[in-house]
Design a protein around this ligand. Structure first.
Ligand SMILES: Nc1ncnc2c1ncn2[C@@H]1O[C@H](COP(=O)(O)OP(=O)(O)OP(=O)(O)O)[C@@H](O)[C@H]1O
Length: 703
């Protein structure tokens, strides 16, 4: 055996010993935590307080167990050797034995791990060597070293193929994997940025924006305890995408992140779709003003308040009603809680009026008795009291006879009073507010004067129509107006495919992140049809001004250079100012086939069958215009490939892609060329397009 290979085997053995020790410790920690959890669950509890304390402890331990279990796969993946001989192993979490100075394993997010990601031969950061471990299960299979200090390889240095290449060449599984072992320096700088405000990351398809976003979420949980305590939200465009990325954070030992779409966040289930021009109109922040204006118009705009109290009718004039309204508005509360303030003020005013009436009535009775009997009742009562021994009995004040608190309580619970309040300041639900705003063109004209007449007509919806995706942020806005801010807010929010968000959706996000600590990643060249903004300033300016820091990723880790080259013409049309990314991968040139319109499914099936035979382990997908999904589903495409409608392809990745009828995708909806760009850039290895008939030849030539 040559010296080099013996060295490699020897180094694998050395690392195996370290890794085995780490797993022993992990197993011990897991066994400990499980035993503690069992004890806690068995412990007896006598009071509600004890039950609460037990549940909190159990939840804490369960979370710890999930974290340890999540980190098991690929527990350790790297090692750095300092020029001073210090050795640190880097992994998914930190492990330390007793008080030993050096930990057995350093969490990848710790400062000590930074050189593993950032050291270069130009800036070795005190390192002599960076080592990557390839571990399968618990067995170390290979090691690969980079020498950083300019020294030449010595015995024990295993300089080989980069682990990044290995990671990128691995077969796709349909689920994104963590890239913690191979984060590149430009990505790592963003992931562990100390900036707590808003970080925006842009870059072409496959440049690792999602990788950065998810690793950033894990870093925030580790490094910013304040944000972690309030929770981290990852917002994605649809459930297909969230499913694709769902394993990354648990595999980094982080289970306390909420992954959601806007609809899930708002608790609405859209059951209808609508045209994109309507969706785009509904996305404008002008709708927020319109909703606020409508709610405002229902808050006692004018008028008197008349209510029956016992036998009497009390009338409060406009001025008194206006004062109650001002007090309610000054409370700063949302519409429904402010209604209570309004009602209280009205009741106070009614009570005062009743008291004034009672005093006047008593005084009048006294006066009438005095006139008819010639008796001064007050003087007579005083004399009687004195005769009973109450020397200094005060003169009875008629107002004392009036029990204002009891009257107020009666009025508060009185259905008539509530009915009268309701007619001035009705209780509202978010659904009613949105429904009423969009009920007819006249209401829209009143509250949304900035829109043109034909735009307003397009917004009108039938009151019993099902909600759509674009209605979700309207309902959320209306909820904030009528009931107040969402119960749950987050310490940090990550938004993926952030170019997709409309003005109204950004408002949803801002409401849930009062600290404005966010990581937003996206690419305007991939924007869908509802997006009105064409850059970050337009999208974020209304909510954040220029308070965000912008980073651009430039290297594509997904798409081969050959596939990217095919899309250059398209990119120049849809985003002329964008510089194409450069890819570090090379592969087969894309293939362009043509099919007759009646044999599309057969051609697709033939192509898939051939690809499945030549690359049996690869993950294949067919992407087509949404309207063609049904036809291809019937052709049994699912036997060989995932079938993905173009509108849902954002963020996904496969080994090979067949794009069916590119011209149809480009024409299917506004901005369709951007959908096509998304579709063409999903493959890590092979791209095949199937144009349909002669019209398609023309479009495929323009890709
Ligand atoms: N440092 C890395 N190490 C290993 N793999 C990486 C790295 N960076 C990115 N990748 C891989 O490259 C592919 C593309 O990454 P990702 O999905 O994050 O790109 P993106 O910029 O979000 O793409 P899109 O714009 O299409 O949504 C993924 O398979 C990801 O795992």
């Amino acid at each position: 055996m040559p010296q080099f290979n013996r060295d490699a085997a020897g180094q694998v053995e050395v690392e195996q010993a370290h890794v085995a020790a780490m797993y022993r410790l992990l197993d011990e920690r897991l066994a400990d935590a499980r035993a503690q959890l069992a004890d806690v669950l068995r412990s007896s509890t006598d009071s509600a307080g004890e039950v609460y304390a037990r549940d909190v402890a159990a939840e804490h331990l369960a979370r710890r167990i999930r974290g340890l279990e999540g980190a098991e796969e690929g527990l350790a993946f790297g090692r750095v050797d300092g020029a001073d001989g210090t050795v640190l192993h880097i992994g998914r979490l930190g492990l330390r034995v007793g008080d030993r100075d050096l930990p057995l394993l350093v969490d990848w997010r710790a400062d000590a791990a930074r050189p593993f990601y950032e050291a270069t031969t130009v800036h070795p950061m005190g390192l002599r060597r960076r080592r990557h471990l390839r571990v399968e299960g618990r067995a170390v299979r290979a090691v690969s070293d980079e020498l950083l200090d300019g020294s030449s390889a010595a015995v024990g240095d295993i300089v080989g193929d980069g682990p990044l290449t290995e990671a990128l060449e691995a077969r796709r599984t349909g689920r994104m994997r963590a890239a913690v072992a191979t984060l590149q320096a430009e990505q790592d700088a963003i992931v562990r940025s100390p900036h707590r405000g808003v970080t925006v990351v842009q870059g072409g398809p496959g440049t690792g924006k999602t990788v950065v976003a998810l690793h950033r979420a894990a870093y925030v949980l580790y490094a910013f305890p304040g944000a972690a305590a309030r929770g981290v939200l990852v917002l994605g465009p649809n459930t297909r995408f969230l499913d694709y990325v769902s394993q990354v954070l648990p595999s980094l030992g982080e289970n306390d992140v909420l992954l959601a779409t806007c609809a899930e966040l708002a608790g609405v289930e859209p059951a209808a779709v609508e045209s994109f021009d309507v969706a785009r109109l509904k996305g404008s922040s002008a709708l927020a003003e319109a909703l606020a204006d409508l709610v405002h118009s229902l808050q006692a705009p004018a008028g008197a308040f008349v209510v029956r109290a016992g036998q009497q009718s009390v009338r409060l004039e406009r001025g008194e009603v206006a004062a109650a309204r001002e007090a309610a508005l000054a409370s700063g509360l949302a519409h429904n809680p402010a209604r209570e303030v309004f009602k209280e003020h009205l009741i106070d005013a009614v009570t005062d009026a009743l008291e004034r009436g009672a005093v006047e009535a008593l005084e009048q009775i006294d006066a009438e008795i005095a006139e008819s009997t010639g008796m001064d009742l007050d003087a007579a009562a005083e004399a009687d009291l004195r005769a009973l021994g109450f020397d200094d009995a005060p003169a009875a004040d008629p107002a004392d006879a009036f029990d204002a608190d009891a009257v107020r309580a009666d009025l508060s619970g009185d259905a008539h009073v509530d009915g009268a309040v309701e007619s001035l300041w009705p209780r509202l639900t978010p659904e009613v507010v949105v429904r009423d705003l969009l009920a007819d063109a006249r209401t829209l004209a009143r509250h949304l004067p900035s829109l043109a007449g034909d735009e307003r007509s397009r917004l009108v919806r039938s009151p019993d129509a099902a909600w759509t995706d674009a209605d979700v942020p309207l309902l959320d806005e209306a909820t904030a107006l009528v009931d107040g801010l969402p119960e749950r807010s987050f310490g940090h929010v990550v938004v993926d495919e952030a170019q997709e968000l409309t003005g109204m959706q950004w408002r949803m996000v801002m409401r849930r992140c009062p600290a404005r600590s966010m990581t937003l990643v996206g690419d305007f060249a991939q924007a869908g049809p509802a997006t009105a903004a064409s850059d970050w300033s337009q999208a974020l300016g209304p909510h954040l001004g220029n308070r965000f820091s912008l980073h651009t990723l430039t290297v594509s880790y997904r798409t081969t250079q050959e596939i990217l080259a095919t899309t250059h013409g398209l990119l120049a049309r849809i985003a002329p100012s964008q510089t194409p990314s450069r890819s570090i991968r090379h592969g087969d040139p894309p293939r362009h086939l043509t099919a007759c319109s009646h044999s599309v499914a057969t051609t697709v099936a033939g192509e898939l069958r051939a690809q499945a035979a030549s690359h049996p382990d690869d993950l294949l997908a067919v992407i087509c215009a949404d309207d063609r999904v049904e036809e291809l589903a019937c052709a049994d495409v699912a036997r060989w490939a995932r079938l993905v409608p173009a509108s849902e392809a954002r963020g996904l990745e496969f080994d090979a892609i067949v794009v069916v009828a590119p011209e149809e995708i480009a024409a299917a909806r506004p901005g369709g060329e951007r959908d096509l760009y998304v579709a063409l850039t999903r493959a890590t290895k092979r791209l095949c397009t199937i144009a349909v008939n002669s019209a398609s030849q023309h479009t495929s030539g323009r890709l």
